[in-house]
Design a protein around this ligand. Structure first.
Ligand SMILES: Nc1ncnc2c1ncn2[C@@H]1O[C@H](COP(=O)(O)OP(=O)(O)OP(=O)(O)O)[C@@H](O)[C@H]1O
Ligand SMILES: [Mg+2]
Length: 406
């Protein structure tokens, strides 16, 4: 097999990150990464085309230089609170006379499941089969080759606002790149951080970025709900800057160092921050900082929880919450999330891909690395030490991209 190059482009609210990987006989291996500040994005969507193009060019050039190769096609992450999801079901009659399910039947039934009521300004980004049903037998993962006359599919459908997507694609094109596919960021981050067992048992993934929090809920192995809310870690920095009357840079530093701290911490650490005019410093205590940070973290997590409660079946079993994205590094966030969700919480970082440096095995790179994994058709599952491939996914995302232009 000739090694294939796969690239991911995560245009975040705080940073743009390009990852180049080579898909060879030993699986996916990262060979180049590049990062640049994002100045043209707000809450996950483009607000300044020129700045966004510059960030894409800078990040991609760095990744190309490191990889020693030119990049032409990228899997592009899409986020923003225009992302919606729904689940649908469709049925087709198996077409062959031998009554054996073919890959064409699978494609037909998945396409049929995409027939949903969609306003003119929205489009389908993914139609992900959750499971198939053959002649009433539910829970079939791969029906191709099975005997049967009636094929059904349950799909998870993710849609986005067309103009938001077009703006991202405009920037990608003007930066001299082609989009190999679009991947919503909650799916990408899940691919990089969630274990197959977690997806099976039931898990909530929250990617807390700078301007957005991506939500994905998995149950019985597949995504059942995906969404994005327009709040992330940057609002905490703003709150701290206002609350302590200090610069955004100081506020960001304090946030990363002390964050929400440990409740009732015995050591009431005092710290000094520069005043806004930069001429003097003022002392504050960790509990003053907590009084600013904790309510905002609670609010964000409760918003995410409410979205989930409103949109997943009441009897859905969930075993865990996984936090990723830069916001997951906030000191003290774990216990707060455990309280809000009433579930065990872990911080998830991408770690199941070759060529990963320590610097990249961090929550803020979950999306970029997940884009490459998803693009390569790697669903993050591992069996007997070998990555399990789900090659058909690639076909579907390419197809959905084609749909965009029709
Ligand atoms: N150690 C840390 N503690 C607390 N917050 C942190 C830490 N490191 C990064 N962050 C915060 O994480 C956010 C950036 O995260 P990330 O890089 O995942 O965002 P992004 O992908 O650029 O944005 P988005 O996904 O919202 O479009 C910023 O708000 C930053 O302050
Ligand atoms: Mg992000």
């Amino acid at each position: 097999m000739k090694p294939e190059t796969v690239c991911g482009l995560d245009i975040g609210t705080t940073k743009t990150c390009a990852v180049v990987a080579v898909d060879g006989p030993n699986g996916l291996e990262i060979v180049g990464v590049g990062e640049a500040p994002s100045l043209g994005m707000r809450k996950g969507v483009v607000v300044d085309l020129d700045e966004t193009i510059k960030s894409i060019e800078a990040a991609t050039e760095k990744a190309e230089r490191m990889a020693g190769m030119h990049v032409a096609d990228v899997f592009v992450g899409i986020t923003g609170d225009h992302i919606r999801s729904t689940n649908n079901r469709a049925v087709v009659a198996v077409s062959g006379e031998d009554r054996e399910v073919s890959s064409t039947d699978v494609r037909r039934v998945v396409d049929a499941s995409k027939i949903i009521n969609l306003p003119a300004d929205r489009q389908i980004i993914h139609a992900l089969p959750r499971y198939f049903t053959v002649d009433g037998q539910e829970g079939v993962d791969d029906p191709v080759g099975m005997a049967g006359g009636r094929l059904e599919v349950d799909t998870h459908i993710i849609t986005g606002g067309s103009s938001f997507i077009t703006n991202v694609l405009k920037c990608v094109h003007r930066a001299g790149l082609e989009a190999a596919g679009l991947v919503v960021e909650p799916l990408a981050s899940s691919t990089a951080t969630l274990m197959p067992e977690e997806k099976q048992v039931g898990v909530v993934l929250l990617d807390i970025g700078g301007g957005t929090t991506d939500i994905a809920v998995y149950s019985l192995g597949s995504a059942i709900y995906t969404a994005t809310i327009p709040v992330g870690g940057n609002i905490l920095t703003n709150d701290i800057s206002l609350g302590l009357k200090t610069t955004l840079a100081e506020a960001e530093e304090v946030k990363k160092r002390l964050g929400a701290g440990i409740p009732n911490d015995v050591t009431e650490e005092a710290f000094a921050v520069r005043t806004l005019d930069g001429r003097s410093t003022k002392e504050h205590t960790a509990s003053q900082l907590r009084a600013i940070v904790v309510p905002r973290v609670l609010e964000t997590l409760r918003m995410a929880k409410q979205k989930i409660v409103d949109n997943v079946p009441r009897d859905l079993v969930l075993g865990e919450v996984v936090l990723t994205g830069g916001g997951a590094l906030l000191p003290g966030i774990g216990p707060i999330a455990e309280d809000v969700f009433g579930l065990p919480v872990r911080v998830g970082a991408p770690n199941t891909i070759g060529g990963l440096t320590d610097a990249m095995a961090q929550p803020q790179y979950a999306t970029a690395i997940g884009l490459v994994m998803f693009g390569a058709g790697d669903d993050g599952a591992e069996t007997n030490g070998r990555r399990r491939r789900n090659g058909s996914v690639l076909g579907w995302i390419k197809k959905s991209l084609a749909d965009l232009w029709n």
